[in-house]
Design a protein around this ligand. Sequence first.
Ligand code: PEP
Length: 247
Amino acid sequence: MRRPFIAANWKMNKTIRETESFLNEFISLVQDAKDVDIVIAPPFTALHTASTLLKNTNIQLSAQDIFYEDKGAYTGEVSPVMLTDIGCKHVIIGHSERRQYFHETDEIINKKIKAAKKHTLGVIFCIGESLQERESGKTFDVLKREIEEGLKDISPDGIVVAYEPIWAIGTGKTATTEQAQDAHKYIRERLASLYGNKANEIRILYGGSVTPDNIDALMACPDVDGALVGGASLKADSFARIVKFKR
Ligand code: PEP
């Protein structure tokens, strides 16, 4: 059995004070949730505050991005060493917003995953097709390319894959359970072609307008092992309900 993994991606939201107020409420709401990995990815500026508040809780800290060098003249970037130093256990890599707005290629993403793994950070590796790609029947081709290029020469330990159809992110349009399961099944087949039986141990999350109202149905799909949640992770009670999904 794969242990469920529910992660919050706050994107560019929440100041230090807002992070404190969210966590003070959220930590107590989920303290009894034992059979699930709970992960929160605040913006860089709130990582230190979150790290301090999350000590000795059942919630793990993630960053939303990383750079692939340990140190040096890379103005504005944050290294894997800095992320482990501040208490991060995971990092989100390859989010569609980074691919789209910051021109991250499969090659850059591959370098970032290697750098994160070198420093034993868990990786939440995001993949997914645009609406145009889906409508022109290219969904599986896109997923195949992103998996094969992103995970080139990378071992599967510490990798969690997040399937996030771009057309479902922040739009209120969730994939149907059939669409999610089909894509997750295909992703697991591709992972099996890279890693053999180990693919059965890799968690595959769904992301794209997940809410307290659709999480239970999504988690009932055999290949959906968790969720990466944007908008609905910004309110403590809503994200707590998602963490406490019912199967
Ligand atoms: C995300 O950005 O990873 C995401 C899934 O966002 P939302 O839940 O808001 O669609």
